[in-house]
Design a protein around this ligand. Structure first.
Ligand code: IGP
Length: 286
């Protein structure tokens, strides 16, 4: 009936609604002009795609983007004693090519402070800001906190916003990781010029259902166009075993994004060799 309050239809809608409130509050405290200026004083962004390509070549397995993730709406708290810097250093030491830092507070218990402290901890890996971006303000803010790459979710952003944000990322020297979950989203993204990095999420952000065959299915359908365009693909979510990694690798991904299966282990650094079935070589290794 007409007097019903609007309610979110799924978790993604809930997150985006909460994000609108958060961003408007943050903007009131620090206007766009000021965050743009802060971003100009940040040290230059590192080469996220370069790090992935080099690691893929070096190891012959997909490059690892290891995620610093305390909790999620689908799994709850993943790790009680959570020290983002310790975890980031352990990931880097064990061959992660890049790191992903969750910055959403309300649903993932992340923070921009985590991003900033990891960036200032001596960790060399390029950093992905894992955020629900709805406003360009967040991109400049992420850059000012040391992000080298940022997630743009096709399920959240209309094409026009995506194109505009992609240009802003390029101007800032940042990489955009564009996330898709289904064929419709992938086709939209493949029509946008300048896309270099696509993430295929095996988890639906609306239902939480995880299915690793999603990566294979989409690569079977659109792998040719992706290859022709020289786009790098990241297989995201639900990867637990060397078989899982081999499965998405054979589907054509050059990198994987992994959180839960590493962060839940006592020693998340050591868990990397378990996930790949071998030790990964670090940057500079012969
Ligand atoms: O913890 P997993 O299943 O290994 O997944 C990691 C990553 O793919 C997942 O955290 C993720 C993928 N896309 C997102 C968008 C927002 C928040 C989180 C995500």
């Amino acid at each position: 009936s007409g007097d019903d309050k609007a309610v979110p239809r799924n978790i993604l809608e809930q997150i985006v609604w909460d994000k609108e409130v958060e961003v408007s509050q943050r903007k009131a405290k620090k206007p766009l002009k000021s965050v743009v200026e802060s971003s100009e004083h940040a040290p230059p962004a590192r080469d996220f795609i370069g790090a992935l390509t080099a690691a893929h070549r070096r190891n012959g397995v997909p490059a690892l983007i290891a995620e610093v993730k305390k909790a999620s709406p689908s799994r709850g708290v993943l790790r009680e004693n959570f020290n983002p810097v310790e975890i980031a250093q352990a990931y880097e030491k064990n061959g992660a090519a890049c790191l992903s830092i969750l910055t959403d507070e309300k649903h993932f218990q992340g923070s921009f402070e985590n991003l900033e402290t990891v960036r200032n901890s001596g960790v060399q890996c390029p950093l992905l800001c894992k955020e629900f971006v709805i406003d360009i303000w967040q991109i400049y803010y992420a850059r000012s906190k040391g992000a080298d790459a940022i997630l743009l979710i096709a399920a959240v952003l209309p094409d026009l916003d995506m194109k505009y944000m992609l240009r802003i990322c390029k101007n800032l020297g940042m990489t955009a990781l564009i996330e898709v979950h289904d064929e419709k989203e992938l086709d939209r993204v493949l029509r946008i010029d300048g896309v270099e990095l696509i993430g295929i999420n095996n988890r639906s952000l609306e239902t939480f259902v995880v299915d690793t065959s999603n990566t294979r299915m989409l690569m079977e359908k659109r792998g040719d166009i992706i290859k022709e365009k020289g786009i790098l693909v990241v297989g995201e979510s639900g990867l637990f075993t060397p078989d899982d990694v081999a499965y998405v690798h054979s589907a054509g991904v050059s990198a994987v994004l992994v959180g839960e299966s590493l962060i839940k282990e006592e020693d998340p650094g050591r868990a990397i060799a378990g996930l790949f079935g071998k030790e990964l070589l670090k940057v500079g290794a012969l």
